[in-house]
Design a protein around this ligand. Structure first.
Ligand code: ADP
Ligand code: MG
Length: 236
């Protein structure tokens, strides 16, 4: 199982960000973590990637407990954080080669940078500075960075946030194609996005998982996220 989350809770001070969350993601699934702002999506992803400790519970990623062996857990995981930290003054190719070296790729960094540039469709932009790119291309650079060490599992925090409709289509297609040979957990607050990219939908609200179903099992076209929440809250 690439991702196993067992009864994870997280508090910031006295505020609960995650409450007893459990989730198993088998190999090959593309899971959309859907929820409004403040639901706990980024917190869960930070815990899964070892950037934040949980207060209770256990997260096992690619066979390793992230609290005990964070480096091993991360070795097979690519992470696009919510604030995609790309360096505006570096050239795209230079940035990716540098990140590759920091990942320990050594002399392979150059070749691997070229590969992820091709894979994420940024070849025409590779000689520009990161800061000169459109938001859509910057997201691609973030994805390219997440793919550098050829991980099997991808954790993508709002990969499409802030993109215009044209850029959205491109990034969605890219993520769909990555989903063919990766296990993916991505977050979004857009319903239709889950339908376009994901095989499974997990809805999180106020730190609780309130729905977990195959994408086909619910009609996302006719329902707004708000309606769905209202329904779920009434049912409980
Ligand atoms: P999402 O990614 O779904 O928007 P987050 O995981 O970022 O949600 O946040 C979950 C909750 O935790 C929110 O109520 C948010 O205000 C709170 N929170 C997130 N990060 C911090 C922090 N560093 N300090 C205090 N509260 C935080
Ligand atoms: Mg977030």
């Amino acid at each position: 199982m690439p991702v196993t989350v067992q009864n994870i809770s997280k508090l910031y001070g006295t505020q609960t960000a995650l409450h007893n969350v459990s989730l198993d993601i088998p190999k090959g699934q593309v899971v959309g973590l859907l929820g409004p702002n403040g639901a706990g999506k980024s917190t869960l992803m930070k815990i899964l990637t070892g950037y934040l400790p949980a207060d209770a519970g256990k997260a096992i990623v690619n066979g390793f407990d992230v609290a005990i062996q964070p480096l091993e857990a991360r070795r097979n995981t690519g992470y696009l954080p919510e604030h995609n930290p790309v360096y505006p003054d570096l050239y795209v190719r230079e940035f990716l080669e540098l990140m590759g070296r920091l990942q320990g790729l050594g002399r392979k960094a150059k070749k691997r940078a070229a590969e992820v540039i091709a894979l994420t469709g940024i070849t025409p932009e590779q000689h520009k500075k990161v800061g000169q790119l459109s938001k859509g291309y910057r997201q691609r650079v973030g994805l390219a960075q997440a793919l550098l060490h050829d991980p099997e599992t991808l954790i993508l925090d709002e990969p499409t946030s802030g993109l215009d409709p044209n850029q959205l289509t491109g990034i969605r297609q890219l993520i769909q194609s990555l989903g063919r040979d990766h296990t993916v957990l991505l977050s979004t607050h857009i319903m239709q996005e889950v339908e376009a990219m994901c095989t499974r939908i997990v809805i999180i609200n106020k730190g609780n998982i309130v729905l977990d179903k195959p994408t086909g099992a619910i009609n996302l076209q006719t329902q707004s996220l708000e309606d769905l929440f209202r329904q779920l809250t009434n049912d409980n």
